[in-house]
Write a protein that binds this ligand. Structure first.
Ligand code: TYM
Length: 332
């Protein structure tokens, strides 16, 4: 008799604070697509996380739907994976409280996102402080084995492991300990205007970011304006040539060609050639996504249906885990 091995669980999410970017795609979503056949996958739009910063309610709603449409346009398939919106599965917020009781102030204070925003003197909520604990709840609810993310999220997955290990020690084996997986290329796409910082969703300067919604013209314009340097040599050297290196990374990730090969193929050419190659590479990735995205945005009823259906499936597993955690903690 042939034994059927259960698939391992993969979990990942994006938060709808802004429109999805090329960084989100190359660092995360693109890598999820082929894994849908190998793992039992959960993909979430973390809209509760969006309210950890000052967000307008209408904007959160609009961006949640847009991200869902983008997930589908990028190739996430509700027939293969559970695709859902965080606020529609109430177990996330409840487990978050239980995990808060097992998280130390010191470890939460060390999280970069909280440290950076509080250092800037921005009004910081307690939710921003416990943001990584909610993220731990997301991951742990589904008995997750692997969490494919960009580099900036690795710290949060490490914290999740620490919280889960502590919980299991104190209250008995309850949670599976997850592991972060980071792509070889594209784990940290930088801004076009400031290539020393990651391409974020909410930068002040839209020229710094390529959105997955951007038209071909917008992509061409933004890459034409991308900051390079005065060396005039196409070389992958992130320290001294961050702008050129970022464009090489983008080409490599979009074309699925190793960086060294991209550099070799551009040998002896100028930055104009580098930029036009980057423009072509990005347009060939973004255009088909944008076209499918427009289809989903014109079919909102379908989006609501997919979200509801996904939430129902997610809640079954989430409830099981939540029950175990409450039981372990002696909660009636
Ligand atoms: P978010 O929405 O900031 O980013 C979503 C995913 O995109 C990756 N990413 C990048 N990768 C490469 N280069 C970039 N410039 C870039 N910008 C973003 C991120 O690493 C991430 O993988 N806290 C998470 C959302 C979340 C989550 C979770 C993730 C909530 N719960 C549970 C994993 C598991 C966040 O803010 O991602």
């Amino acid at each position: 008799m042939k034994l059927i091995k259960e698939k391992e669980v993969l979990y990942s999410a994006t938060k709808p604070t802004g429109l999805l970017t090329l960084g989100n795609y190359l660092g995360a979503i693109k890598n999820w697509i082929p894994l849908q056949d190998k793992y039992s996958c959960y993909f979430c739009i973390a809209n509760l996380h969006a309210h950890t910063v000052d967000m307008d309610a209408d904007l959160v709603k609009e961006r949640t739907l847009k991200q869902l449409a983008m997930f589908l346009a990028c190739g996430l398939d509700p027939k293969k994976s559970v695709i859902y919106v965080q606020s529609q599965v109430r177990q996330h917020a409840e487990l978050c409280w239980l995990l808060n009781c097992n998280t130390m102030m010191g470890e939460a204070s060390r999280m970069t996102q909280f440290k950076d925003k509080s250092a800037k003197g921005i009004n910081v909520t307690t939710a921003l402080f416990t943001y990584p604990v909610l993220m731990a709840a997301d991951i742990l609810l589904y008995n997750t084995n692997i969490v494919p993310v960009g580099e900036d999220q690795v710290q949060h997955v490490e914290l999740t492991r620490d919280i889960a290990t502590r919980f299991n020690h104190r209250f008995g084996e309850t949670f599976v300990i997850p592991k972060a997986v980071v792509p070889k290329v594209g784990a940290r796409i930088k801004g076009l205007i400031d290539p020393t910082q990651k391409m974020g969703k909410t930068d002040d300067d839209p020229n710094n970011i390529i959105f997955l919604e951007d038209s071909d013209e917008a992509i061409t314009r933004k890459i034409r304006r991308a900051v390079t340097d005065s060396f005039g040599k196409i070389k992958f050297d992130e320290k001294n040539q961050p702008g050129v290196s970022n464009l090489l990374t983008i080409i490599s990730a979009c074309e699925n060609v190793p960086i060294e090969k991209v550099v070799a193929s551009l040998s002896g050419q100028n930055y104009g050639a580098l930029k036009s190659r980057a423009t072509q590479a990005v347009i060939s990735v973004v255009r088909p996504i944008r076209e499918r995205y427009e289809y989903y945005m014109n079919n909102l009823d379908r989006l609501y249906y997919i979200a509801e259906h996904g939430a129902k499936k997610a809640a079954i597993v989430a409830e099981e885990t939540l029950k175990s955690a409450k039981f372990a903690m002696g909660l009636l």
